[in-house]
Structures are given as C-alpha cells and as structure tokens.
Design a protein around this ligand. Structure first.
Ligand code: G3P
Ligand code: CA
Length: 339
C-alpha cells in the first residue's frame, strides 16, 4: 500500500472517529444514572498507586469507582492542580529538584511554583519524617508520576468514560480557600473556570459533586456562580486546629439544619460516625447519622482504608457493608474495589 493510500485511510479514520465532546451525555445531572450507594475513590485508587496521579485515576476508573476525587491546590500562575496538601513536602521530590525554593519555615508551598516548575517534579508515596505513611503501598521511586492539573484529570476521565461507555463522576474539593485568599488568589473562581471550560456550566458531562470544609465556599457557589449540582459540606474536627470553623456545632441538630439550607449532604469523618465495635462484634454508631438523616442530608463517610481499619473492624468490606446498612449514601475509600 503506498503512502498516499495510508494517509488517506488514516485521515478517513480521523474524520470518522467520534470526538469526546460529541459523545458526552448532554443531560442535566439528575438525568445521569448515579448508583444509590457511592464508592468514591479517595485521591484515586490511592491504596494502590500514589495519590491523585494519572495512574491512580485510571486504576480507580478501571476498578469501577462511581466517583473519583480531586483535591485542589493552586500554582503560582493560578492553575488548579490535583494535590491534597498546600505543601509539596510529603508527596513529591521537591527538595531534590528545588532545594532552595522553600519558605522561611522550611516548607515548599504549591503556590510558590509555576505549573512548568511543578511538572518537573514527581509524585511519590506519601511520607512523613522520612517514613512511609502506608508502608505496604506502592513506593517504587524510579517510576515517575507527574503532578496533574484539574483540567487534565477531567479530560482523562471524560475520555475513559467515552471509550468504556461509562459515566464515572468527578468529586472536586476546593481546598484552603481562606489561605489562598491571604496569598492573593481566588481558588473557587479558578476551579469554576476549569469546570466551565470542560462543559459543566450548563450541562453535566459527568455526575459531579463539589465539596469543601468551608461553608462560605459552598454558599458562594450557589450565590455567585448559581451552581445547582449537589454540594457536600465536609465536617472536620475542632481538634485538628486548621480553622476557626466550629465543627462540633456543625454536627449538632441545629448545625445540620443550617447545612441543609445550602448543601445536599455532609462528608462525615469515620471517627465521628463509628464510635466503636462492641464485644459481640456489632458497630456502635454515634447520633450524627440519625440527625443527618432526619434533616434529609446525604452522608458520605471519609475515609476507608483497608490497611488502617478502626479497632474491632475485621475488613474493609465489613466496614463498607456496615455503613451501607446504617443508611449512609457513600464512602470515600482508598480501595474502591474492596466491597
Ligand atoms: O474530602 C473527603 C475527604 O477526602 C476529606 O479529607 O483530608 O482527605 O481531603 P481529606
Ligand atoms: Ca478530600
């Protein structure tokens, strides 16, 4: 076959191949099929591959997660990137590549690096004080995992949905909004721009949840951006000391009533939900589940880890099943295949 014929065939194929955009569902969120109980891949399939990487996203998709989570930070040039921490120290090789680029506190902040600079790093297994946080997980240092932007994550998931004929959702957390404001950035606007560019302003290319620990972020999404897909208020613990938001009050009946005025659900910390396991092996639930249900709030519980189970729990599958039976609507899990 001569070169002209091959080129013609290839160009014919290119014309015939459907573009991702043509095949995305053109339906409002609630018309897309969403299961009743959600397995949300926490930072991707982070139990198997370094968190938030392209690899952990692909694996989460392949393992059948209903949603894949993206925690968002901002670069110096204002690009939303998928990283959990404001600092790069515990999940990248930043100190090897940019040894001088830390702040006076000795830490390396995402917002001090341009996207081009971040792309020179590799994501590594989460570590602290020179020790792996989860010693049994993937930790091969010679396999390189670039930091991903939110835009790249979304495009990857859309294309996997197209070729696998699935509608895996995205579950985006707007991190540290007040801290970014102090640095001169608006993380909410930056994220909303990326979502709009990927078709989420008037359509739902995939199911989507937005989540935040900060009630003002969620209120603003409704007020200023007219966001009408489901919002999840994450409920932390006052002892974490990261903010002055009173999470104890938020977990009270009045607090949950207030959350119901702007969010469709709450993301509850597992330790606030499961108080323990009785001597005869039964789960002991706190009152917060009943309170949330009374208010009509969906509950998504974070975080299930097969390699870090609460005392008395025999397996990830047992814990997931208990939560499902207790009426919870979904779980964030590092192991989305363990049912
Ligand atoms: O967003 C749900 C869960 O991921 C909250 O905890 O700290 O892992 O973002 P974190
Ligand atoms: Ca999160």
């Amino acid at each position: 076959m001569n070169r002209f014929i091959i080129c013609t065939l290839l160009s014919g194929l290119a014309v015939a191949a459907p573009k991702a955009q043509d095949t995305l569902p053109d339906a409002p969120f609630h018309d897309l099929k969403v299961p009743e109980f959600l397995d949300i891949a926490h930072r991707g399939a982070s139990g198997y591959l370094p968190e938030h990487t392209q690899a952990s996203t692909v694996m989460a998709h392949a393992l059948g997660a209903d949603f894949i989570e993206q925690d968002i930070q901002l670069t110096r040039d204002g690009v939303p990137v998928v990283l959990h921490d404001e600092k790069l120290d515990h999940v990248t090789n930043v100190s090897e590549v940019f040894p001088e680029k830390h702040r006076p506190d000795g830490k390396y902040y995402v917002v001090d690096f341009s996207l081009d600079e971040l792309k020179r790093l590799t994501v590594v297994a989460r570590h602290k004080d020179y020790e792996l946080v989860y010693p049994k997980r993937f930790a091969q240092p010679d396999v390189r995992f670039p930091i991903q932007t939110l835009d790249e994550h979304i495009k990857l998931i859309h294309e996997l949905n197209r070729v696998r004929e699935m509608s895996t959702g995205i579950y985006v957390e707007l991190k540290s909004s007040r801290w970014y404001q102090q640095q001169g950035y608006d993380i909410t606007s930056a994220v909303m721009s990326v979502l709009a560019r990927n078709g989420y302003s008037d359509k739902r290319p995939t199911p989507i949840y937005l989540q935040s620990f900060d009630p003002e972020v969620l209120r603003r999404l409704k007020r200023e951006f007219n966001w009408d897909a489901p919002l999840i208020q994450l409920v932390g613990d006052n002892e974490w000391g990261a903010t002055d938001i009173d999470y104890s009050a938020m977990r009270s009946s009045a607090g949950l009533e207030s959350v119901k005025s702007y969010a469709e659900g709450v993301g509850l910390w597992l330790n606030h939900v499961l108080e323990g396991v009785s001597e005869n092996g039964e789960p002991q639930w706190s009152d917060v589940l009943d309170s949330a249900e009374e208010k009509g709030l969906n509950v998504h519980v974070y975080t299930l880890r097969a390699d870090d189970l609460p005392d008395g729990v025999k397996s990830h599958g047992q814990l997931r099943q208990w939560l499902k039976q207790a009426g919870v609507e979904g779980v964030f899990t590092d192991f989305p295949d363990k049912k």
